[in-house]
Design a protein around this ligand. Structure first.
Ligand code: SF4
Ligand code: SF4
Ligand code: FES
Length: 338
């Protein structure tokens, strides 16, 4: 088949960035990575990109296709070529570009390292035999353990775009992989560290990381689980945690999300007064809801029952986070890796 694509090239020596178009003959089964290999072999040996396993496991070949992060070795080109589309390939986002499609993964790895990515067993002395645990005890972190550190989630992270110091979806998913590990003895210290500035409460919940993760890790869900675990352990001094707590309370008592009361309830009356000017400008635009809900919601009992169910079932913390089990269903039903 004939495959055409455009690649954003970057020459670090000249600081020059340009879009270059290629068209090559490739086998029907070719992935984006195979096409890049063909271009490098036959057209331009200077094209730079990373690869290793060619089977979606090493995490080396993350890059963007038409603005969204993909694993090159997971992206079949036949449907794209047949549609006549000429995709634009570029380096991943939110990481400095070194050359062409190669990014500097240094910032990525330093955030992973900051998570203390090992199990803190708390042993005084190393036992002679390995510490075996029942496989089902690892179920809560099955998804997070699937991460291959490709950086596709980081590439698309909204929060990281505005705050490069944000810990980010990959590191925080790693954080939950450890917090949820029954052998780890550093849960509270971890949750305190992960709840600090640039941490879990700075996520904007855009869900792009879930959408782009090629392994179904669903990092945003991992962040939600970290938030729930933090609150279960009383680590809730961050404004984000206070907001979450207020929304639970307001939904339970009246069935409404009482946003007008959010600032005085979570930041105090003094902070609320400071926001008066801003509130008035919102009011002029008709964007301020009523100061108090007009009545208790008709079906408020449902929200109260939900609260009770969580308590009765002991689903406080991470166990109460409802999520799509895309990764696990893929493993169980093996539907062709889609
Ligand atoms: S949901 Fe949060 S962590 Fe995920 S991409 Fe959006 S801002 Fe980043
Ligand atoms: S969470 Fe998914 S997208 Fe992010 S680094 Fe891990 S495997 Fe890649
Ligand atoms: S080359 Fe290893 S994941 Fe693509």
């Amino acid at each position: 088949m004939q495959v055409a694509l455009k690649i954003w090239r970057f020459d670090p020596a000249a600081g020059d960035r340009r879009l270059q178009e290629f068209e090559v003959d490739a086998p029907e089964w070719a992935t984006l990575l195979d096409v890049l290999d063909i271009i490098k072999d036959r057209e331009d040996g200077t094209l730079a990109y990373r690869k290793s396993c060619r089977m979606m496991i090493c995490g080396s070949c993350g890059m963007r296709m038409d603005g969204g992060a993909v694993l090159a070795c997971r992206t079949r080109m036949a449907p794209i070529a047949e549609s006549g589309q000429v995709p634009v390939i570029s380096a991943m986002g939110n990481l400095p570009v070194i050359k062409d499609l190669v990014v500097d993964m240094g910032p990525f790895w330093s955030k992973i390292r900051a998570m203390r990515p090992w199990v803190e067993t708390g042993y005084e002395e190393m036992p002679e035999k390995e510490n075996l645990i029942a496989p089902e005890l690892m179920d809560p972190i099955k998804k997070e353990a699937l991460c291959i550190m490709c950086g596709c989630c980081v590439s698309e992270c909204n929060s990281m775009e505005s705050d490069p110091e944000f810990m980010g979806p990959a590191a925080l998913a790693k954080g939950f992989r450890l917090v949820g590990d029954p052998r780890d003895r550093a849960t509270v210290e971890r949750l305190q560290a992960y709840s600090a500035r640039h941490g879990i409460w700075d996520c904007t919940r855009c869900y792009f990381c879930n959408e782009r993760c090629p392994k179904g890790v669903d990092p945003r869900d991992a962040i939600a689980k970290l938030g729930a675990e933090s609150m279960r352990h009383g680590i809730d001094s961050d404004m984000g945690a206070k907001h979450a707590r207020w929304f639970v309370r307001s939904a339970m008592t009246t069935g409404w999300l009482r946003e007008t009361e959010l600032v005085p309830k979570t930041q105090g009356v003094r902070a609320a007064l400071k926001e008066t000017k801003f509130a008035l400008s919102l009011a002029r635009q008709g964007k301020v809801p009523l100061p108090f809900p007009p009545h208790v919601a008709e079906n408020v009992e449902e929200s109260r029952l939900l609260f009770d169910v969580v308590k009765v079932q002991g689903r406080d913390g991470a166990a109460g986070i409802v999520q799509g089990e895309r990764a696990l269903s893929r493993i169980e039903h093996e539907n062709g890796g889609h």
